[in-house]
Design a protein around this ligand. Structure first.
Ligand SMILES: C[S@@+](CC[C@H](N)C(=O)[O-])C[C@H]1O[C@@H](n2cnc3c(N)ncnc32)[C@H](O)[C@@H]1O
Length: 450
């Protein structure tokens, strides 16, 4: 599909870039570049059906190529589709295992799931999304990828200001923007673009950055990124931010072939802006992006946690222990949290989260029903085969029927008799199955069936 670039857009970039603008316009008419990531949180995570012969130089888990959303690799959370430029945002954030990280504009979750995979189920990741529909998609992507250390919230950045000042070691602001860098991936998005829209986005980004400053701890790192070319949303906003908060500084990031410096001349001639990074699709094999990394002066604060009541009763422990004894090879009882009838292994028990709209706190283990406990799909997606008493490998026909909502009838008595088993296809766990009487009853969530 041809991308319909408006005259205002072309004139603006001809003025800004001279002859180079024509190269940019032609690149925008070319096909976008697909890529995907592997998920190191899964067992044998390189065991995927997609070719891994075109690795992305700057991402140890990124590969060029297209994935199918109906494949078992996708359904079981072994792969995540993400265009190559966007992958570098997480690499420059450089998440560490014991960090407290906030991803403030996180849906649908491509950067958050990458961050989590680098944290190896440790530390704390807060993935926030202001839009409620998008926050649900974010939450389900986090579930699919088997992520356990994340609190998913649906709030505005301002909502965090009351309780989280100087709390986070690292913050990612992947800001809502005018999306010029995604025009060729989503040609219809050009219809929302105007010179005014760029101004509105720049203004909204300044509000988000104001909140972010308060939430970032001394010595902390802030990565700001957009998928747009406009100077107003990029260099000019960063120049504004650095002047408003003189204890924030840009730091150098490594630039691979095709990545360019930020443009001081687009940001009030602030020479520091060279340290930012730009990707233009006429030079770089990916979509258009801007990103930069900043640090805050000062010594790290001492953060004291105030723990909430976990809501657990003695009987609750009894039911889960009984379930685990029958079906698992062990059980960690740390950070258990009961919310109405649901049991979570919480990513955080800190009372600061009270008052936020939380969609998911860590791993959803399951639900207490009358005198029993039923495990949740989220738990299965986070388990390794070695943690289960029984893993049953389905054949192609059984797998397709199970995904569709049908039960599996076994032709003979199997060599297990426990009730809750892990179901796998091509060696990848994707669902619980409930065994009884030579049948594996279908417990695949209705919303996921296909
Ligand atoms: C570029 S997208 C984020 C993409 C995401 N980081 C990813 O990698 O999948 C920006 C997000 O910011 C959200 N947003 C919109 N207005 C916002 C605001 N005022 N404050 C915070 N986030 C906002 C949008 O709903 C959108 O999901």
């Amino acid at each position: 599909m041809k991308v319909d670039l408006s005259n205002d857009f072309k004139e603006k970039y001809r003025n800004l870039m001279g002859e180079r603008a024509e190269k940019l316009f032609s690149a925008i008419q070319e096909d976008s570049q697909d890529a995907f990531r592997l998920n190191p949180l899964k067992a044998n995570y390189k065991n995927v059906a997609y070719p891994l012969d075109e690795p992305i130089e700057y991402s140890p888990i990124g590969y060029y190529g297209n994935i199918d959303g109906n494949s078992i690799d996708h359904i079981s959370g072994y792969v995540y589709s993400q265009e190559p430029s966007a992958m570098y945002v997480t690499e420059i954030l450089d998440p560490a295992k014991d960090d407290k990280i906030l991803d403030l504009c996180a849906a649908p979750g491509s950067k958050t799931t990458y961050i989590a995979s680098k944290m190896a189920s440790q530390g704390l990741l807060v993935s926030n999304e202001i839009n409620s529909k998008r926050a649900k998609v974010l939450s389900s992507n986090i579930e699919r990828m088997g992520i356990t250390n994340t609190v998913v919230t649906n709030n505005s950045p301002k909502d965090f200001e009351k309780k989280f000042d100087n709390f986070f070691d690292k913050i990612l602001v992947d800001a809502p923007c005018s999306g010029e860098g995604m025009f060729r991936k989503d040609p219809e998005s050009t219809q929302y673009w105007s010179l005014d829209y760029v101004e509105q986005c720049a203004n909204r980004q300044q509000h988000i950055l104001d909140s972010t400053y308060k939430l970032l701890d001394n010595g902390g790192t802030l990565v700001y990124s957009t998928c747009t070319f406009s100077p107003e949303e990029n260099e000019q906003n960063i120049d504004w931010f650095l002047k408003k908060y003189p204890d924030m500084h840009l730091v150098e990031v490594k630039k691979y072939a095709g990545m360019e410096d930020g443009r001081p001349e687009w940001g009030n001639n602030n020479p520091e802006l060279k340290k930012a990074l730009r990707m233009f699709p006429d030079q770089f094999n990916g979509e258009g992006h801007f990103m930069c990394k900043m640090v805050k002066d000062g010594e790290k604060s001492e953060i004291k946690e105030r723990q909430i009541n976990t809501g657990l009763k003695k009987d609750d422990l009894k039911f889960v222990s009984k379930f685990a004894k029958a079906n698992l090879n062990g059980l960690s009882e740390s950070n258990w949290l009961k919310i109405s009838d649901f049991l979570y292994q919480a990513a955080s028990l800190d009372s600061r989260f009270k008052g936020l709209h939380i969609l998911r706190n860590g791993l959803k283990l399951g639900e207490f029903k009358k005198n029993r406990f039923e495990p949740d799909i989220a738990w299965m997606l986070a388990l390794k085969p070695s943690e289960l008493k029984t893993v049953f490998e389905l054949d192609q026909e059984q797998y397709e029927k199970y995904l569709h909502g049908e039960s599996v009838i076994l032709s003979q008595r199997p060599d297990f008799d426990n009730k809750w088993i892990g179901l796998s296809f091509e060696g990848k766990l994707f669902s619980w199955g409930r065994y009884s009487n030579q049948q594996i009853k279908n417990v695949y969530p209705k919303g996921l069936r296909r």
